[in-house]
Design a protein. Structure first.
Length: 485
């Protein structure tokens, strides 16, 4: 372990490590100086007394052993063969690695792994010459929860690499041999194209390679940096589709390269990946993919049990599993979709490219994203981020309308009927579509204020038979529209 912090006399390095036996600790603090260090270990925290040095840069070597209770899973796969996989999210690396097990602490990683003959090993980063040829080096800082290894009997297929100037990024699919043909021809058929879409929209792929790995993860997919792990069951059942690949690949940019600084901002990871699943799909197969994706996201959120909670939910900071909910995923995706509508495509993608470039290999907060998007959109977005991230719920509109044939006007009244504890919402442009019996159609936008009630009138040269609200599905809301005839 290489420790890159300036320390003072009697500094103590505290690492998360659960259920191991620690034999000794060695610190190398100059080129030729090293010392065995005093440490204390209570079965959960390892505290190491560090020497006083003038410059940052310490190699801390911990000798320990034990059987991990979690985090590193060794057992049999669905085909009955022995495998080993790390599965760290959210704070389970501590069961097998001495680390600062929190997303705010990112680090480079190197794994030198010995495995039985016939096994193949995958981990973060690039495979480099080493003992057994199984040394993997990730040269970019990554969050602890994405530092992984996998080992077993794999079939490895090489897909078309991504070429970025002089850099060639290998794209690999690691599967159990029985599932290899299915994986290559169905979920990973366009693995390279997915990356190329994200590069065009956001920026260069952040790591040395991308391996898609069939594994024993407890999640459907786990976005480990440069080595994504997917649950084995959908392969076995031949039910795995491309959507999970788009989602987890998008995480390489958002979640892995740009990581939420603390758990309540997890929507910066999961909301982004959920949204870009649809965005990538639209780029590959047409806009209807995104339209259908956002409709499904809205339905999922409306049916959830977290509408009374905000997206940025500090109450769950100590229990990140509870943050894997419909706020972080589908509502988080809707926040991005509505932000795109609010500031326009050009400013939206320009802002995300700046956000990625600014915070790549580091961490960010919702406030950081807001500042970038305000600058690129040249507008104040405090109201937007406040109501969609820190208020619970969503707007529920009662829209009533009446046509004055003599004046050829439609009078519209809009009242917000959501729960009072959700607060009111400001909606700068709600589209109303007036539809006549003879096929006539007219659209107008109305600004809904946060005061709770809005009145407006529009010149309409025909008697509407129907008024549709937000016909293109640009807003996360529910509407009841009635005529006051």
């Amino acid at each position: 372990m290489h420790f890159e912090r300036r320390v003072t006399a009697d500094s103590v390095l505290t690492l998360d490590l659960v259920g191991m036996t620690v034999d000794s600790v060695l610190v190398l603090y100059t080129l030729h100086s090293r010392s065995m260090r005093q440490f204390s270990y209570d079965g959960r925290l390892l505290r190491i007394t560090l020497p006083s040095v003038k410059e940052p840069g310490l190699d801390v070597v911990v000798w320990y052993y034990g059987t991990p209770q979690d985090g590193l899973i060794i057992g049999s796969n669905a085909h009955g063969r022995r495998v080993a996989f790390a599965d760290n999210w959210p704070e389970r690396a501590r069961f097998w690695l001495p680390t600062v097990d929190h997303p705010s602490d990112k680090a480079i990683a190197r794994f030198s792994i010995r495995a039985p003959g016939g096994w193949r090993v995958v981990a973060n980063g690039r495979l480099t010459p080493g003992e057994d040829g199984r040394e993997w080096n990730e040269s970019h800082p990554v969050p602890t929860y994405t530092m992984v290894l996998g080992a077993g009997e794999f079939a490895v297929s090489q897909h078309r690499p991504v070429i970025n100037g002089r850099d060639t990024i290998p794209i690999q699919v690691w599967t159990y041999p029985e599932d290899s043909a299915f994986a290559d021809s169905v979920p990973f058929r366009r693995a390279t194209e997915i990356i190329e879409v994200m590069q065009r929209l956001i920026g260069p792929f952040p790591y040395e390679k991308l391996a898609h790995v069939q594994s024993s993860t407890k999640f459907g997919g786990m976005e480990n940096s440069s080595a994504i792990f997917y649950a084995e069951k959908p392969y076995i059942e031949r039910k795995m589709g491309e959507g999970v690949v788009r989602h987890e690949t998008a995480h390489q940019w958002f979640g892995d390269a740009v990581t939420e600084r603390d758990w309540p901002d997890i929507w910066l990871s999961e909301g982004f990946a959920t949204y870009f699943d649809g965005v990538i799909g639209a780029a590959l197969d047409g806009d209807s993919v995104l339209v259908n994706s956002m409709r499904a996201n809205a339905d999922s959120y409306f049916k959830s049990d977290v509408t009374d909670r905000p997206i940025v939910d500090s109450a769950y900071a100590a229990d990140p599993i509870k943050l894997l909910n419909a706020n972080s995923y589908p509502k988080g995706a809707w926040v991005l979709h509505m932000l795109r509508v609010t500031i326009g495509d050009s400013a939206f993608f320009r802002g995300l490219r700046t956000y990625y470039r600014t915070y790549r290999d580091s961490t960010a907060t919702s406030a950081d994203l807001q500042r970038v998007m305000e600058k690129e959109g040249r507008t104040d977005l405090g109201w937007f981020f406040h109501q969609w991230l820190y208020q619970p719920g969503y707007p529920q509109l009662d829209v009533s309308w009446q046509y004055d044939a003599g004046a050829q006007k439609v009078m519209v009244g809009i009242i917000q009927r959501q729960k009072p504890e959700w607060g009111r919402f400001r909606l700068p442009a709600v589209t109303l579509e007036f539809r006549g019996n003879n096929g006539a159609l007219l659209r107008r936008d109305v600004a809904v204020t946060s005061g709770g009630e809005t009145a407006a009138s529009f010149d309409v040269p025909f008697a509407p038979a129907e008024v549709r609200v937000d016909p293109d599905g640009k807003l996360l809301l529910k509407v009841t529209a009635i005529s006051r005839r």
